[in-house]
Design a protein around this ligand. Structure first.
Ligand SMILES: C[S@@+](CC[C@H](N)C(=O)[O-])C[C@H]1O[C@@H](n2cnc3c(N)ncnc32)[C@H](O)[C@@H]1O
Length: 217
C-alpha cells in the first residue's frame, strides 16, 4: 500500500495535517535529542523526511522501512537507508542508542511484538521516542476530530493519491488507535521503563518516550 502512495506521500501528509507535521517532527527531534556520535534508527521512516530532522545535530541516523517505494521516493535526501521489517529487524542486539518511529507505529501488525523487537536492538539504557496520532484531550476537539477525520482523509486521498482506499485505511487506523495512557501501558508491557508522553496540538498527536532498562535496573 505504501509503495502505491510513495510519490505523493510527503505532500499529502503535509496537506492532511495542515502543515503541522513539520512542527511535530521538530519537537520529536528535540525530545529524541540525538547527539553527535550516537547511532539512531528511524524506523518506518518512509521517505526519510524525519531522518533528516533527527540527524541535524550530527548523530548517525538510519532510515529503515519495508516499503522500498517509500525509501526510493526519499533517495534525494541522502540519508542512509535500509529495507527492513519492524517485526524482524536485521540488526544485532544493542546496535542503537535510540530508536524513533513517527506516524507509523499504528501500521505495525502487532504493536507489542514490534516494541519488544525494537527493545532488542537498543542498548541497555537506550531510548525510544514515538510520535503517533492520539486522542485529543479537550472534549469538543475530540468530538470534531472523531466526526470529521474520516471525511477529511477520504477527501484528501481522492484528490492527491492514485490509491484513495489507502487514505480510508489511514482514517480507520487512526480512529482505532489506543489513547495516550493505553499506548503507554503497551510500551511498558513490552519491557520499556520510564514511559511518559507529551501531547501536541491538543493531543491530536502525542510523543511517547521510554528507556530500555539497564542491566542493573
Ligand atoms: C504513515 S508512513 C510514516 C512515514 C514516516 N515515518 C513519516 O513520518 O512520514 C508509515 C510508514 O510505515 C512503514 N511501515 C509499516 N509497517 C512497517 C513494518 N512492519 N516495517 C517497516 N516499515 C513499516 C510504511 O511502509 C510507511 O512508510
Amino acid at each position: 500500500m505504501f509503495d502505491d502512495v510513495a510519490d505523493g506521500y510527503d505532500r499529502a501528509n503535509s496537506f492532511m495535517t495542515f502543515g503541522f507535521d513539520r512542527r511535530w517532527r521538530t519537537i520529536t527531534g528535540r525530545v529524541l535529542d540525538a547527539k553527535r556520535g550516537e547511532k539512531v534508527l528511524d524506523l518506518a521512516a518512509g521517505t526519510g523526511v524525519s531522518t533528516v530532522e533527527y540527524a541535524r545535530n550530527g548523530a548517525w541516523c538510519l532510515a529503515a522501512d519495508f516499503s522500498v517505494g517509500m525509501l526510493k521516493a526519499g533517495k534525494h535526501r541522502g540519508v542512509p537507508m535500509v529495507a527492513a521489517d519492524a517485526m524482524k529487524l536485521p540488526f544485532a542486539d544493542g546496535s542503537f542508542d535510540a530508536v524513533t518511529i513517527s506516524l507509523a507505529l499504528r501500521n505495525f501488525v502487532d504493536t507489542k511484538a514490534a516494541l519488544t523487537e525494537i527493545a532488542r536492538v537498543v542498548k541497555p539504557g537506550g531510548r525510544l521516542v514515538i510520535c503517533e496520532v492520539s486522542t485529543p484531550t479537550f472534549p469538543p476537539i475530540r468530538f470534531l476530530h472523531r466526526k470529521f477525520i474520516a471525511k477529511l482523509l477520504t477527501w484528501v486521498g481522492a484528490r492527491t493519491s492514485s490509491n484513495p482506499e489507502a487514505y480510508s485505511y489511514l482514517a480507520e487506523s487512526m480512529l482505532a488507535w489506543p489513547d495516550q495512557r493505553t499506548l503507554g501501558e503497551i510500551i511498558a508491557s513490552a519491557g520499556w521503563t520510564e514511559v511518559e508522553w507529551l501531547n501536541l496540538t491538543f493531543g491530536v498527536v502525542a510523543i511517547h518516550r521510554a528507556k530500555k532498562p539497564t542491566v542493573n535496573s
